[in-house]
Design a protein around this ligand. Sequence first.
Ligand code: PLP
Length: 377
Amino acid sequence: MGTQFWNFSAGPAVLPKPVLEQAAAEMLDWRGSGMSVMEMSHRGAEFTQICDEAEDDLRTLLGISDDYAVIFMQGGATAENAIVPMNLIARNPSNSADYVLTGSWSVKSHKEAQRYGNARVAAAADTDRQIDGVTYGAWSWVPPLDSWQVQPDASYLHYCSNETIGGVEIAQMPDMQALGVPDVPLVLDASSHFLSRPLDVSRTGMVYAGAQKNAGPAGVTMVIVRRDMLGHALACTPSAFDYVNVAKERSRYNTPPSYGIYICGLVFKWLLQLGGLAEIEKRNLAKSRALYAQIDSSDFYANPIQPAFRSRMNVPFTLASEQLTSQFLKEAAQHHLLALKGHKSVGGVRASIYNAMPMEGVTTLIDFMKEFERTHG
Ligand code: PLP
């Protein structure tokens, strides 16, 4: 066996090894078809089976009812930031939607939506905030869910349920009844924690996620949208980005990212075999608890996020100086611990520990952190 590397990249991320092995075994000839999945007609019987099975397995994993369309698209979550308002912002005559800003990704979503309608801000964590006697910096905390200012005429309320760069995760959903807006549907950018834990889709209007963290290779965007919200696309919406068209053709309105969908399908089956999202949540909880415990165990490392909203998937932490951080990253790479550099906008270190990262990888990182503190502390 070769050297064991551990890849902590925020994305594209590692995929489960059994999935890659199966894909390798089937690469040239998919199950006696004489073709690679890459070479198949997207309208042929084989790919129809692959694509429909992927959709069905995703429905099973998340318990998604037929009230929702489940579609595989292209363009990533960035394109979806535009495709969402194109399809949904005109649901109400106000042509308005409300956005909660908790970090880089939700800020980007909001900015993009302004091109298509009246995209308002329902809450923002863009300043310092004192909570329980501790001061948290901008984008390190979450405005209390019962303080979000959602307007009844909003076509939807958008938030990013896991801010990949900041490491802020909003696992609870706001109680829209208590906020006085029971009819405003939630729209979640769940890209970086999708399929890492159970998610009650029935409490949302829509969930979208790029595949390249937990679900498959870059190039596939998963969209789950309540069917009764559809049919209000703006006239400028490209036909290939109109959810009605894509849903009607079960993701094959035009040529879909077929190989990517196939890999996503293998990942869904891997998750189902493990025991589903409850089981993967257990594993993710154990990994993130161990890593945060190490960070919290001394003053050498620090995580700046309001504890209730610390991400299980993206764990940013800082060291005392930039010089020490560079040394940490350099020595980590020498120990085959890869891609730990924090995003350029925030610096520091970030360990992304998605589904495919086993506990062993996290333990190896923790052991390295202990040793680095011993030798440089
Ligand atoms: N939203 C979140 C939460 C992300 O983490 C990312 C990328 O990392 C994006 C949106 C943008 O995704 P893409 O690069 O696939 O457009």
